[in-house]
Write a protein that binds this ligand. Structure first.
Ligand SMILES: NC(=O)c1ccc[n+]([C@@H]2O[C@H](COP(=O)([O-])OP(=O)(O)OC[C@H]3O[C@@H](n4cnc5c(N)ncnc54)[C@H](OP(=O)(O)O)[C@@H]3O)[C@@H](O)[C@H]2O)c1
Length: 324
């Protein structure tokens, strides 16, 4: 068994990580650190864990630990690691955007590896530091990587994605509290969302020109999940596109291409990404769906941990969608 620590544990991604790791065959949760909840039972905050654990939040960390997950708000991970240096043998997975971009990836004499297994499986397997991708970034990259890898993403790409309210974290805000979000819809950060940077770096990594990405994020009136659509000009047949995608994701345990139109409920509460292709004249429409807290965050973090330690990639992640 390996020992794991979780930082930022009273939030949504922290709560999901605890749930996943409690059910992981090779992990003991050693400490669950919280700046605000030290001494309280985990179930005081994460009521879904009632009956599964008697653990309490701690206000100290153990520096000799096999792996630590950082589930802090953006900008806080770097400072946390400065204030709490872990053993040089400790593996670190950061869920924020602090280390995702190449320009931010350096940490002391090491580099964080971008933790999208469908892109960087080998690098993740041999790395000590992993920057877990953003949730929109995961859904959109999985929709576009096969085209980018084949140099077929050179025209403009129009992307529209809708996310549930858990994407914005546990603290209620003007656009996440019930009376605003329920029966409502809106877009935000048109064409300038912060995930465009990491998406662009991944798409460009194949060495082909990538057309401009126009990304419109939307807030949906549901709690979990991201449904993303992306379309661009495409000259081949739908059969060619289908083969491109199924070949590209041939070894991916969690990313599945389907001929049936997709919807959110088939992926929520799983670590899966489902992808559907549709052709209209010379346009290819790619739809992808994920659970923002699982494949978009904590599930992908556990997948990365499994790769880093050589466990079965889907250990602790054999989850069934709620579906209906
Ligand atoms: N929500 C998603 O769908 C999602 C998806 C992908 C990535 N992410 C990223 O994962 C990270 C955690 O997201 P989350 O949704 O779990 O957020 P969250 O629900 O707001 O939880 C963040 C937790 O961080 C801790 N924290 C400590 N110091 C903090 C500070 N100065 N500012 C903010 N938080 C502080 C708090 O826990 P304690 O009180 O226990 O210390 C807080 O509950 C973020 O960087 C987020 O962008 C989130």
């Amino acid at each position: 068994m390996i020992k794991a620590g979780i930082i930022g544990s009273s939030g949504y991604t922290g709560g999901e990580l605890i749930r996943l790791l409690l059910n992981h065959a090779h992990v003991d949760i050693d400490f669950v650190y919280s700046t605000t909840r030290g001494g309280q039972k985990l179930t005081k905050v994460h009521q879904d864990l009632l009956g599964q654990t008697q653990m309490e939040f701690s206000n100290t960390v153990h520096q000799q630990i096999d792996i630590v997950f950082l589930c802090l708000g953006h900008g806080n991970s770097t400072q946390f690691l400065k204030d709490h240096p872990f053993s040089e043998n400790t593996l670190i997975i950061d869920l924020s955007n602090d280390f995702r971009l190449q320009s931010d990836a350096k940490f002391h004499n090491e580099q964080f590896v971008y933790g999208l297994p469908e892109l960087n499986r080998k690098k993740i397997q041999s790395s000590r530091l992993v920057a877990n991708p953003g949730c929109f970034a995961t859904a959109i990259q999985l929709a576009l990587l096969p085209l980018a890898a084949s140099g077929l993403l050179q025209d403009q790409v129009h992307i529209n994605a809708v996310t549930g309210s858990t994407g914005a974290g546990i603290k209620p805000s003007a656009t996440t509290h019930f009376s605003w979000r329920n029966n409502n819809a809106s877009w935000y950060k048109p064409f300038t969302h912060q995930h465009l940077g990491e998406i662009g770096e991944s798409l460009d990594s194949f060495g082909h020109d990538t057309g401009k990405l126009y990304f419109l994020p939307n807030r949906g009136n549901f709690a979990r999940g991201i449904l993303a659509t992306a379309y661009t000009r495409y000259q081949g047949s739908l059969e060619d596109a289908s083969k491109l995608y199924t070949d590209f994701f041939g070894n991916a345990l969690f990313t599945h291409v389907t001929e049936e139109p997709i919807h959110l409920k088939q992926v929520v509460n799983t670590n899966n990404c489902h992808i559907h292709l549709h052709q209209y004249d010379d346009v290819l429409l790619v739809t992808s769906a994920i659970d923002n807290l699982l494949k978009g965050a904590s599930g992908q973090a556990v997948q990365n941990m499994n790769l880093m330690f050589g466990f079965d990639e889907d250990e602790g992640l054999r989850l069934k969608a709620t579906a209906f």
